[in-house]
Design a protein around this ligand. Sequence first.
Ligand code: HEM
Ligand SMILES: *[C@@H]1O[C@H](CO)[C@@H](O)[C@H](O)[C@H]1NC(C)=O
Ligand SMILES: *[C@@H]1O[C@H](CO)[C@@H](O)[C@H](O)[C@H]1NC(C)=O
Ligand SMILES: *[C@@H]1O[C@H](CO)[C@@H](O)[C@H](O)[C@H]1NC(C)=O
Ligand SMILES: *[C@@H]1O[C@H](CO)[C@@H](O)[C@H](O)[C@H]1NC(C)=O
Ligand SMILES: *[C@@H]1O[C@H](CO)[C@@H](O)[C@H](O)[C@H]1NC(C)=O
Ligand SMILES: *[C@@H]1O[C@H](CO)[C@@H](O)[C@H](O)[C@H]1NC(C)=O
Length: 416
Amino acid sequence: MPQNSIFTALLWTGFAAGYPWVVDHAALDPRRVDSRQPLRLRQSPSAANCPNNPNHTGAVPYSADYPYCGARNGKPGSTRCVGNIVPAPGDNAHYFVPPGPLDIRGPCPGLNVAANHNFLSHDGITNFTELIDAQQNVYGVGYDLAVVLAVLGVGQDGDPLGTTKLSIGCDATSRTSSTGFSEPGLNGHLKFEGDSSLTRNDYYLDNGDNFSFNSSLYENMSEVARSVSNGIFNRKALATYRAQRHAQSIHENGNFYFDPKSVLLYGAATFLYELFPSGGPSGVADQTTMNYFFLQEQLPPNWYSRSEKFSLLDVVTELLAMYQEDPVPFGANAGVPDSFVGIGTSGITTSNSTLKATPAGIACFLYQLLTENIPAQAGGSNVPDARLLAWVVNQINPLFGLGGTLGSLACPLVTV
Ligand code: HEM
Ligand SMILES: *[C@@H]1O[C@H](CO)[C@@H](O)[C@H](O)[C@H]1NC(C)=O
Ligand SMILES: *[C@@H]1O[C@H](CO)[C@@H](O)[C@H](O)[C@H]1NC(C)=O
Ligand SMILES: *[C@@H]1O[C@H](CO)[C@@H](O)[C@H](O)[C@H]1NC(C)=O
Ligand SMILES: *[C@@H]1O[C@H](CO)[C@@H](O)[C@H](O)[C@H]1NC(C)=O
Ligand SMILES: *[C@@H]1O[C@H](CO)[C@@H](O)[C@H](O)[C@H]1NC(C)=O
Ligand SMILES: *[C@@H]1O[C@H](CO)[C@@H](O)[C@H](O)[C@H]1NC(C)=O
């Protein structure tokens, strides 16, 4: 059975001829609805044909004129972190620029959008500090959640100990790695992923490159939102749709694998109504908003970040509420469709494999995932890389330890 999903999506745009770094700003006014065709033509390349843009520009540097959250160099934001209009009027450098054929895009709409607005490097080769800054500056993600997601991304699929780079899509080892060992990028299997994504195909063992945005899945998700909540992508709609995807994967994917790490898929699902609507959860999580993020991969016109930060505790609380609205068992198919066997896993599951947890329990479970899923030093050894564990612990213990924003949870900590 596959241990994880493999994602090898790449966005190709038919319309972005040439290289969009220097462009006609008039054409990029974010307050103008982009009438061009959505970014739909996608490929699933192997590492060998992952695009390579020689112009690695980096995210647009911090500017005192347009500080957003004031987050830079991977530090907590220092100014007004929420309720910002993004991009700020006049901040041409952060207006939407569609990806060109040499730019990498991947399975995460939140990061694809950030790259298209140059909050991450436009070529799709980002790094640890860009990720932490962009999540805060664009979306009002809290510092603790921003760090945890960046540690997951760079730590699992990028180059934490050297360049700190990460490809937000296909394998770009030649540009991310300082060691030459393979770094799959976000299309590669993250150790915290399971099958049954919202809009991406499951990974099938027989052709591991087969991953892409699936417009039929997106249409079905939209249909669920219409039928259960008047077209609003809220907790109820996403709970229903996630359960539907679970049932669908059991029925269609003989290798369906859904372990407790899949709670992260519930976390991502909360982003549709917590982070995507203008103003956050007080805004409208409707079809138009979703189309901007999933199809155009662009911030909607006149878009404001949420009015309160979205912290790690916020997301675990909300994902648990979503899960409990329509709980499904953890487990796996036994090689053929409809052969699902539930699994019991320590920590957050019970003998009947249904998640029972508290927000604190899930937060501590995430800590465990980060510190226990340490990849071996690339190159085939099965021995977890001690330096990598130290890197992870150095990033997250300040958050989870005494005095950190998550210190009161008293998660058992790893020390190195
Ligand atoms: C360092 C930060 C982040 C990393 C490394 C990351 C990585 C990923 C990955 C690997 C997936 C695919 C998961 C799967 O389908 O199994 C994903 C999905 C997703 N991400 Fe992110 N993400 C990050 C931050 C964000 C942010 C800030 C947002 C929202 C603003 C976001 C929104 C989403 C959504 C909505 C999905 C679900 C897409 C779908 O299932 O179709 N992500 N992310
Ligand atoms: C990279 O940038 C240089 C200078 O701006 C330009 O001449 C060149 O065409 C660009 N190449 C690509 C592949 O974007
Ligand atoms: C990450 O990228 C930024 C540009 O966005 C750059 O200033 C910074 O030096 C990079 N970090 C590392 C460790 O290379
Ligand atoms: C997945 O693979 C199948 C068989 O190779 C192919 O027909 C299908 O188009 C692929 N789908 C995507 C999204 O790549
Ligand atoms: C989209 O997902 C459905 C359901 O899993 C699948 O039958 C279909 O082949 C997928 N389409 C593509 C293009 O991959
Ligand atoms: C959409 O949902 C219907 C059932 O409501 C299902 O028969 C169909 O296979 C689904 N399509 C995809 C692409 O998931
Ligand atoms: C399994 O857990 C669920 C959720 O708490 C509960 O409703 C159900 O009764 C349990 N089933 C068994 C067989 O214990």
